[in-house]
Write a new protein. Structure first.
Ligand SMILES: Nc1nc2c(ncn2[C@@H]2O[C@H](COP(=O)(O)OP(=O)(O)OP(=O)(O)O)[C@@H](O)[C@H]2O)c(=O)[nH]1
Ligand SMILES: [Mg+2]
Length: 320
């Protein structure tokens, strides 16, 4: 059994190295996949030096990054988290074991119950509460945390769940798609959540409103994929349209559009106004890089937890 830890990054140079170091490495045949949205700092270089596989996704957005990351993941099980040290990487072995032992399809991790001090501002907590209540009311769910970005699931479910959001709403949409699918066994598990290292990118009000609006649209069936043509061709997940954050700062849901050359070879070349790749203009290739060969497969996921793991806390009955 192979496990892929997929992490989207946008200017997480200060924290991506620590995040990768925190992931237990020997509990499974593991790959770490960083999906970078053209970070302006040394995120990509740090990740490469830690032997992560780097996928460049120049199109903006958290959801867009995950779609490409999932398509690129080689594991049977996918684990996700932010590249900012907020999620408990040490819990990954126990969560994977739970998924296998309980024959689950999808686990989402609740950050609220075991949140550490300083991990979230009061405004951010309020926003999360509103979105959780909205999600639960509109879709008949009982989540404690609809916005969590740590999930553990079988890659095979990607045939059955079809989130379309390219931005931050991807998180709530994936949970809705999974929990509302009667053929999937899903569970919410409480895990610690810690203060982030690096600059906060989320705009509580702006992104909060976008998430809320998205929920309403999803409920009324008005949600449509942003990259329809490419999705139809089946190339959207492994190809890139060539967009660039010109602000130099990056936003959580990146909205500025530009064009960029993504042919990175340690450094990034850019040429405004063109997509300077050898691929077709409408579908330039996402580039993947990895500094060293990944470890050869172990036989299977080991059943022991990482020593530092107290084990994730289950907070909701498995949905059959
Ligand atoms: N590739 C890519 N990654 C992104 C993008 N936007 C955000 N991310 C990454 O997605 C993860 C989640 O974003 P965060 O900014 O941490 O959002 P959050 O956890 O809701 O909020 P804070 O941690 O409080 O800032 C982080 O690792 C970001 O670097 C994007 O447009 N493209
Ligand atoms: Mg974060």
């Amino acid at each position: 059994m192979k496990v892929s830890v997929v992490i989207p990054t946008l200017n997480e140079g200060k924290s991506i190295g620590i995040t990768i170091d925190q992931i237990p490495k020997d509990f499974a045949n593991l790959e770490i996949v960083i999906v970078d949205g053209l970070s302006k700092d040394d995120t990509v270089e740090v990740a490469r030096n830690k032997s992560a596989r780097v996928v460049m996704e120049t199109r903006k957005g958290y959801g867009r990054a995950y779609k490409s990351g999932f398509a690129s993941a080689r594991g049977d099980i996918i684990v996700t988290m932010d590249g900012d040290t907020t999620y408990p990487a040490e819990e990954i072995p126990a969560l994977v074991k739970m998924l296998i032992d309980e024959n689950l399809d999808f686990i989402t991790c609740d950050r609220i119950t075991k949140m550490e001090q300083g991990a979230m501002t009061a405004t951010h907590k309020f926003g999360n509460w509103v979105l959780k209540v909205g999600t639960n009311m509109l879709f008949g769910m009982e989540l404690k945390d609809s916005q969590s970005g740590m999930w553990v699931f079988r890659k095979s479910i990607l045939d059955k769940v079809h989130p379309v959001s390219d931005g931050m709403p991807f998180s709530e949409e994936l949970k809705i798609e999974a929990f509302k699918n009667k053929n999937l066994k899903c569970k919410e598990v409480s895990v610690p959540y810690r203060p982030r290292i690096g600059e906060v990118k989320l705009n509580t009000w702006g992104d909060g409103m976008k998430n809320l609006t998205f929920l309403m649209k999803k409920k009324t069936g008005k949600v449509e994929p942003t990259y329809k043509e490419e999705e139809k061709k089946g190339t959207a997940d492994i190809n890139s349209k060539g967009t660039e954050d010109k602000s130099g700062k990056g936003t959580a849901d990146g909205r500025e559009k530009g064009t960029a050359d993504i042919s990175r070879k340690g450094t990034e070349e850019k040429k405004e106004g063109t997509v300077k790749t050898e691929e077709k203009k409408d579908a330039p290739k996402i580039e993947e890089t990895q500094k060293t060969e990944e470890k050869k497969p172990d036989a299977s996921v080991q059943s022991t937890s990482h020593p530092s793991s107290k084990g994730p806390q289950e907070t909701e009955k498995t949905k059959e």
